[in-house]
Design a protein around this ligand. Structure first.
Ligand code: CA
Length: 497
């Protein structure tokens, strides 16, 4: 047994009689894989109650692992949520942790502690594939040269990523800091201010589109789809949306194959079901729910294929796999793809109120599945409050590493492994226009621009947040407001409300 691992695991888990009495065999350093879908809702998986969609790939992780009903991200939008997962910091601690354009500078400081850096410190090989959306470079990126700082400076030995999202330029892949397929005879230029002379746009050339915008998304046309922002050049490097899923999958599998003999850490960012929803033709029409349902089936197929590869490599037993989403679901997110019209009885946020961008549970209570056959019992359900932000401290403890930086991440490893019902006691969740504050069973939403009253919900008794009980429980309201104010003072950077 690896000494560091033994020391840490016994150190951190010694309170658990089950382990202390040796009833659980403690394995060597596990591989760690975090699969983060983009805008996948709590109710989008059949293991979370979806009837209109079948997701056997993701469900497999629930059957063979642990399913959390109170798994949270810190924010209801991508960049701030992903920032927290990787750095263990609340998004408000960094004023740049807002939804970023595709040419934004990297928002994670080169010196900052990150989950992949901790893993590297512990001797892991680290990789990231798929969606990035944390900024790249220093704010004036030359896409035709090495992009610095980037994924390597965040702690990844290997990276194959898109700069931001499917719907934002630049629509190219970046492997280890270099634009894939770029040719010096046709350099790529990107702007979020103005179009380049002679380039068609969604606004000026709707006749060239195979998918039309509903809001925004009227910039450069790439692969027949209009995007946010403008780009010119780099024609041979432009991605094809319908090939993206399989390409990311292949890169994720290849990373695993290459590192089969070493402990590895992989962050696999599925680009689905974020817009534009353009599945491979094999999935077109398969869900009966239009492109949004089809790309969820495609994402699920990717998860299944990835897990099968893990089986083939003999890695399943001692690999800790987490599947989650960066924020809640959304239907119309800027393209006319019939997501609302074809939704039928399907409830993407499950029992929860709200969506992506909102501070209700539907915005931040997301699918959260954890499988580690060597340690975690199969088929479990945990109602413990856990948060992606706590993976930094928890997985650091798991691999025997520490860091000196002060972060907002708490070590809730035992809760993540289903060995304790003690998770996070309080959590601030960021919506696009406001914050929500969870403490125990209660969620407080202070007044803000679009909601003039105090809102208070008991989310254990009332998960759908139907009854605002602020007037009924003034003492709880006051206590929570005081605590939230205290948290705001501690960080000193929450200024939204
Ligand atoms: Ca997202």
């Amino acid at each position: 047994m690896n000494n560091i691992y033994q020391r840490t695991l016994w150190g951190s888990l010694s309170a658990i009689p089950l382990l202390a009495t040796g009833q659980v065999v403690i394995p060597q350093q596990p591989n760690i894989v975090i699969i983060v879908a983009d805008d996948l809702g709590y109710g989008d998986l059949s293991c979370y109650g979806a009837n209109a969609l079948e997701t056997p790939g993701m469900d497999r992780l629930a059957t063979e692992g642990l399913r959390f009903t109170q798994g949270h991200c810190t924010a209801a939008t991508s960049t701030p949520s992903r920032y927290s997962l990787l750095t263990g910091m609340y998004p408000w601690s960094n004023q740049n942790a807002k939804i970023l354009p595709g040419n934004a500078a990297l928002i994670i400081d080169k010196e900052q502690v990150t989950l992949p850096k901790i893993m590297k410190q512990a001797g892991y090989v680290t990789g990231t594939v798929g969606k990035w959306h944390l900024g790249l470079g220093d704010g004036a990126v030359d896409w035709n040269n090495e992009i610095y700082p980037g994924a390597r400076e965040v702690g990844y030995d290997y990276s194959f990523i898109q700069a931001a999202t499917n719907d934002r330029v630049p629509c190219i892949f970046i492997e280890n800091g270099k634009g894939v397929g770029l040719d010096s005879n046709d350099p790529l230029y990107v702007s979020y201010q103005k179009n380049f002379i002679g380039e068609p746009t969604g606004k000026e050339n709707p006749e060239m589109l195979r998918m039309h915008p509903s809001v925004g998304h009227d910039g450069s046309i790439v692969n027949g789809v209009p995007r946010i922002g403008f780009q010119t050049g780099g024609k041979n490097a432009q991605w094809k949306d319908e090939e993206m899923a399989e390409l990311f999958l292949e890169k994720a599998k290849a990373f695993m194959r290459k590192n089969v003999d070493k402990p590895f850490f992989l962050y696999y960012g599925l680009h689905q079901p974020h817009v534009p929803r353009v599945p491979n033709e094999r999935f077109v029409g398969k869900s009966g729910m239009g492109p949004r349902g089809d790309v969820i089936l495609e994402a699920d197929w990717c998860v299944m294929e990835f897990l099968k590869e893990m089986d083939r490599l003999g890695l399943t037993e001692n690999t800790l796999v987490i599947l989650t989403s960066d924020n809640g679901p959304v239907l119309d997110d800027g393209y006319k793809d019939d997501a609302e019209k074809l939704i039928g009885s399907h409830k993407p946020a499950g029992p929860y109120r709200g969506w992506k961008t909102t501070m209700y549970e539907g915005g931040t209570c997301i699918p959260f599945l954890l499988r580690w056959p060597a340690v975690v019992k199969p088929g479990g359900i945990s109602n413990t409050l856990v948060c992606q932000m706590d993976l930094l401290a928890s997985l650091s403890a798991l691999v025997g590493e520490s860091y000196s930086e002060r972060t907002d991440s708490q070590n809730t490893l035992l809760a993540f492994l289903g060995l304790s019902s003690k998770g996070r006691e309080e959590l601030v969740m960021e919506g696009m226009f406001n914050y929500a504050f969870r403490k125990g069973d209660w969620v407080l939403i202070p007044p803000y621009t679009f909601g003039r009253v105090y809102e208070l919900y008991n989310v254990v008794k009332d998960p759908g947040q139907k009854e605002n009980v602020a007037e009924k429980y003034p003492a709880i309201l006051r206590k929570m407001m005081r605590r939230l104010e205290q948290l705001k003072r501690t960080s000193g950077k929450v200024t939204v409300y």
